[in-house]
Design a protein around this ligand. Structure first.
Ligand SMILES: [Zn+2]
Length: 383
């Protein structure tokens, strides 16, 4: 093993060993500051200017922007530093101790996606003594796996601003230019309770919810007819009815009923403003029934992502990899970086099929091809 491979493995050992789980479950949730500080140290040693910005008030969560060179434009290599929670009992080795076996590096976050950083740093190392015409920026974010608050904070702050961004999520080094968005919504129907012997004494929220459910199922069919996109494995927008709660007693008119559902829209569906359409449909049911109907998000939505097929970055990645850009079934920080005005793709080492599960690993044979690919992209945008 070459010296530079050993250094990559040492760095990944340190990153995996610095736990940084992010979760909406507070008993799991940890900060990512330790990971960001490790990266800032290594990148600072290479001559990058590093800026760590708090994402949470207590400073446990932070983003890192590390910049080599100066000026407008340039290339951003981006990744998240947090991981999902893990089930230690189902791992065959310690998830927080990077373990090499069968030409693979096992460890929590090895592929999703701490492994990307040592490779991006190794790619950058070749350029540290070259004057760059446009900057190379390595971006490390917090909380991608939970709230995407790291990426949201960057979008709100308006930085970084490169010409192009590559997010190194595991795609087996195939360029990705499309994913769906994620919305999780609640519909609360508020009727009025009364004695069950006379329906006129109240407004039954479960009856009204029946109308809401019928409308949602019709809406779902219309979405599929209008906004399908064959680039996606599941070609149509999905709407999943997840849970429902209402009422308390057979002999009372039900006063309240709430439904939670998830909606995964294709870029075309989101652009067409289907949420407003849904809101109008619900208000028509409310007016007809006399019940109150409120639609509200359960979590901040993640927008869908689409980078134009004929954009410079997509064309470059397709040429360098020999793969046409495709769509994936998972959401990323791409829409937030794209909103900063950068052409954006998702392309990184390792397979998403290994992510979010016991015995997550990165194949050793992804390392050199990834470094080569990143160096070609850096040369194109920064020299
Ligand atoms: Zn990820």
């Amino acid at each position: 093993m070459s010296q530079h491979e050993q250094q990559i493995i040492r760095q990944l050992q340190a990153l995996v060993g610095t736990a940084s789980v992010s979760s909406t479950d507070p008993s799991w949730d940890q900060g990512n500051r330790g990971v960001v500080e490790l990266l800032a140290g290594w990148l600072g040693d290479l001559g990058f200017a590093t800026e760590i910005t708090d994402v949470s008030e207590d400073g446990r969560k932070a983003n890192l922007i590390a910049t080599l060179g100066a000026g407008p434009g340039g290339l951003v290599l981006a990744g998240h530093t947090d991981t999902v929670p893990f089930d230690e009992g189902r791992w065959h080795s310690d998830p927080l101790a990077l373990t090499e076996r069968d030409q693979r590096l096992y460890g929590l976050g090895s592929t999703d996606m701490k492994g990307f950083f040592p490779l991006a740093i190794a790619a950058a190392r070749a350029f540290v003594d070259t004057p760059l015409k446009q900057p190379l920026i390595i971006l490390a974010t917090a909380d991608e796996e939970s709230s995407m608050n790291g990426a949201r904070a960057l979008a709100a702050a308006g930085q970084p601003r490169g010409r192009a961004a590559i997010i190194g999520e595991p795609t087996s080094l195939v360029p990705v230019r499309l994913h769906k968005g994620i919305m999780m919504e609640s519909i609360q129907v508020t009727g009025s309770a009364g004695h069950s012997s006379n329906p006129a004494l109240g407004v039954n929220a479960i009856d009204v919810m029946h109308g809401v459910l019928s409308e949602l199922m019709l809406f779902r069919q219309e979405l599929a007819q209008r906004y399908s996109n064959s680039a996606f494995e599941v070609a149509f927008p999905t709407l999943n009815l997840g849970c429902i709660h209402g009422g308390d007693s057979p002999n009372r008119i039900c006063g309240g009923c709430e439904l939670h559902f998830d909606l995964r829209l294709t870029p075309a569906a989101a652009a067409a403003g289907v949420r407003q359409d849904l809101e109008q449909r619900l208000q028509r049911i409310a007016a007809r029934s006399g019940a109150g109907i409120a639609l509200r998000p359960l979590v901040e939505p993640v927008p869908p992502f689409e980078q134009a097929a004929d954009s410079e970055l997509v064309r470059l990645a397709e040429k360098l990899t020999g793969h046409s850009a495709r769509a994936v079934g998972f959401a990323t920080e791409a829409p937030f970086l794209q909103a900063l005005g950068m052409e954006t793709i998702v392309m990184g080492p390792g397979s998403i099929d290994r992510a979010h599960q016991p015995d997550e690993y990165l194949e050793l044979d992804q390392i050199q091809p990834c470094i080569d690919l990143l160096q070609q992209c850096i040369a194109r945008y920064c020299l």
